[in-house]
Design a protein around this ligand. Structure first.
Ligand code: SF4
Ligand code: F3S
Ligand code: ZN
Length: 103
């Protein structure tokens, strides 16, 4: 599962579409965590898609990640600022790849 303390245990190594990327990153096999308020651990995500389908405010967008061992698409928290903290995505992800911190 995603580390809920990732912002303390990892370094912000990049930005992607206006949100942070938390390392380590070693493309294409290791992609890190995308987002801060809505954080998706790309190295855990298996592209199940429940988060993309269920988010009521369309925070997520698919991005292609060819060569990643878990899946070649990831749910990117492209519009994390729109999140209303409903926690649906956290509940539906089968591999616990998402952390939402309402604080
Ligand atoms: Fe969308 Fe709710 Fe997840 Fe926020 S907590 S990203 S609003 S599903
Ligand atoms: Fe990935 Fe979990 Fe969403 S596996 S696509 S973060 S439901
Ligand atoms: Zn991203």
């Amino acid at each position: 599962a995603i580390d809920p303390q990732f912002h303390e245990n990892r370094d912000q190594v990049d930005e992607h579409e206006g949100h942070s990327v938390w390392g380590p990153v070693d493309e294409p096999e290791e992609l890190g965590i995308h987002g801060t308020h809505v954080a998706v651990d790309f190295d855990i995500c298996i592209a199940d898609g429940a988060c993309v389908e269920d988010c009521p405010v369309d925070v997520f967008e698919w991005i292609d990640t060819p060569g990643h061992p878990e899946s070649e698409e990831k749910a990117d928290p492209a519009k994390e600022a729109q999140c209303i903290d409903c926690m649906l995505c956290v509940d539906v992800c089968p591999v616990d790849a998402i952390d939402v911190d309402p604080g």
